[in-house]
Design a protein around this ligand. Structure first.
Ligand code: COA
Length: 184
């Protein structure tokens, strides 16, 4: 695979390419969501892009963006963090959400899925972090959780968020102490 990882700036062609990939990935099953690209643009340019520990990367093949992902440090007061906190036992909260990295979005261009690009993106995103765990949510009816399971994430809970809609798995993975992994 000739795909490489680069930082994602919050403007310019790589940013626009990442949003195009994201919109395309979520336009299909099981999401069928045509507005997600706009939503994610607003979030990245708004609060998400300014959160502590924010990191966004793209997967590039030549000068084409073929995947994107971003994360930040999860903390009380953030919608997702507080929603999950209410739905898991206190000991699970302490183990998994305190000092955690929230993997917020992952998307690979539909024509390039199944080639290992999602794996490369997630491993690059979580490498070399200070947080103790990486956490995320994945729709129970999507295939994404199969990928996360293979990457060492375990299912912590099955939840429906207060906004309603489809159930999600909350998943978590321990991260090695900084300096013990290969990434940077
Ligand atoms: C989930 C996603 C990021 C995975 O990226 P990817 O590059 O296809 O993943 P990889 O090639 O590294 O790994 C493939 C594994 O991911 C899982 N997978 C999830 N969706 C898949 C898809 N549409 N095509 C192929 N594999 C998929 C499978 O477990 C697969 O393993 P297998 O090859 O043993 O069956 C990508 O399919 C995608 O963008 N999907 C739509 C958006 C989405 O669901 N994002 C995650 C939200 S939590």
């Amino acid at each position: 695979m000739t795909v490489r990882i680069e930082p994602m700036p919050l403007q310019g062609p790589l940013f626009e390419g990442a949003l195009d990939v994201y919109a395309e990935a979520f336009a299909g099953a099981p999401y069928f969501d045509d507005d997600r690209g706009q939503e994610v643009r607003m979030r990245l340019l708004g609060e998400h892009g300014r959160r502590p520990g924010f990191k966004a990367i793209v997967a590039m093949d030549g000068d084409e963006v073929v995947g994107m992902t971003y994360a930040y440090s999860s903390a009380p007061g953030q919608w997702w963090h507080d929603e999950v906190r209410k739905r898991i036992p206190a000991n699970a909260y302490r183990r998994w959400l305190v000092r955690s990295l929230e993997v917020v979005e992952v998307a690979v261009a539909p024509s390039r899925q199944g080639e290992g690009i999602g794996t490369l993106l997630v491993e690059s995103l979580v490498a070399g972090r200070d947080e103790h765990t990486a956490v995320l949510s994945a729709r129970c009816d999507s295939r994404a959780h199969e990928l996360y399971r293979r990457l060492g994430f375990e299912e912590l809970a099955r939840v429906v968020f207060s906004t309603g809609g489809a159930p999600f798995y909350i998943m978590g993975r321990q991260l090695p102490p900084r300096g013990e992994d290969a990434g940077g």
